[in-house]
Design a protein around this ligand. Structure first.
Ligand code: NIG
Ligand code: FE
Length: 392
């Protein structure tokens, strides 16, 4: 038996979701050694450790891996949301409102905004996240947005191709994104993204941006098929991108292309909630054999929620996912969408990133929507959020 020196045992776990070979365990324990998981198994067989945390029958799940978020921004779009709830429809042009405010904000203001949202995410069980630029749309503010995002995560994404900024010529703007802007952004970014949609970029423009990003050493992902049917999903599969996000309007050919590719479909139901669009059909994708991830798309326009539990509840209630499928999509699925194999699972050697729920089972994430069920969030073996339930 593995005998960690100086480890911590998380004991008396009523339900432990591992997403590994051990599946779901009951009366289980997790042993941590530093920032990693050293042992997983039945409580009665846990090896001795220096420290013991008794969770008194609560459920423990992998921390959420939120693979799609736009956190670097300034300004407010409350009025746009209120108008939508009265019947206005969402339009990509709202992005330009946030661009104006973001360009005018200092680094300190932008960083404070990101820190506030990251803390909010941790309180709701998120332990890994991706952060995009895309509200600068000029060389200076795209680069500084990414430099700020890098202080919070390695998974930073250059989204200069979010929309064409006011007054710019589309062809000249794509040249800028693939030229000077990419050069300034690439040192701070791991990923390249584009918004392939009517009112944003067409397939040729998106392809140009993604190929330039790839040539600069960035990995590709794409926003596609959010507002209408279109060529984005097939483009993502053809370019073998890691993930294509939104996937709300899918033809049969799109589903076939996803099923035949390794590209992950990331569904973002906070958007459909906040824009009153139809729900993405997770069941159709899963039944076709597509790998599905769930993420918040936290942004001030289309989805101002930082809550992955809320997205899980929507996915179970309205998108045909089982609670177990939705949890997998929001943890292991998000990890795959970020090409990470050390998070989203609770197996030996994985990072000790997990959530103690104040509930007996992961099903409560959707059975008890809107209830703050996260008792503690652990990142790399350390508690980053404690709801004060006296777990010790
Ligand atoms: O993922 N779709 C494009 N971008 C964001 C929305 C941005 C905004 O409205 O500010 C999204 O939904
Ligand atoms: Fe987005």
């Amino acid at each position: 038996m593995n005998r960690p020196v100086g480890g911590t045992v998380i004991d008396h776990i009523g339900e432990l979701v591992t997403h590994g070979e051990q599946g779901v365990l009951h009366d289980a324990a997790l042993v941590l050694d530093g920032d990693l998981i050293a042992w997983v198994g039945p409580s009665a067989e846990a090896p001795p450790t220096d420290r013991r945390v008794d969770v008194e029958g609560r459920a423990v799940i992998p921390g959420f891996v939120d693979s799609h978020a736009h956190l670097v921004f300034a300004g407010d779009r409350t009025a746009e949301f209120e108008a939508r709830m009265k019947g206005e429809s969402y339009a990509s042009g709202g992005i330009r409102t946030t661009v104006a405010a973001t360009r005018g904000a200092s680094d300190e203001t932008l960083e404070r905004g990101v820190a506030r949202l990251v803390a909010e995410m941790q309180r709701q069980g998120t332990t890994s996240l991706e952060i995009k630029s895309g509200y600068g749309l000029c060389v200076e503010t795209e680069a500084r947005s990414l430099a700020i995002a890098r202080r919070f995560t390695d998974d930073t994404t250059f989204l200069g191709a979010h929309v064409v900024p006011s007054g710019a010529d589309p062809t000249a703007y794509v040249d800028l994104v693939t030229g000077a802007m990419l050069e300034a952004a690439a040192p701070h970014a791991r990923w390249i993204d584009a918004f392939c949609e009517q009112g944003a970029f067409d397939a040729d423009q998106a392809r140009t941006v993604l190929e330039a990003g790839r040539a600069a050493g960035l990995r590709g992902r794409l926003h596609a098929n959010q507002l209408t049917y279109g060529p984005g999903v097939e483009l993502a599969c053809e370019l073998d991108l890691v993930a294509v996000d939104h996937c709300t309007f899918l033809s049969d050919a799109d589903v076939d292309a996803l099923a035949a590719s390794g590209t992950i479909a990331t569904l973002l139901p906070g958007v459909e909630f906040s824009t009153r669009q139809p729900w993405p059909d997770a069941r159709r994708l899963l039944d076709a054999g597509v790998t599905v991830a769930l993420a918040s798309d936290c942004n001030p326009g289309s989805s101002f929620t930082s809550s992955v539990p809320f997205c899980i509840a929507l996915a179970v209630r309205d998108m045909g996912m089982t609670p177990a499928e939705a949890l997998w999509a929001a943890t292991a699925g998000g990890a795959r969408a970020l090409e990470r194999n050390d998070v989203g699972v609770l197996t030996v050697g994985a990072r000790a990133d997990f959530v103690i729920l104040d509930a007996p089972s992961h099903v409560h994430l959707s059975y008890r929507p809107g209830v703050p069920l996260v008792a503690q969030t652990w990142v790399g073996g350390l508690v980053v959020h404690d709801a004060g339930l006296k777990i010790r």
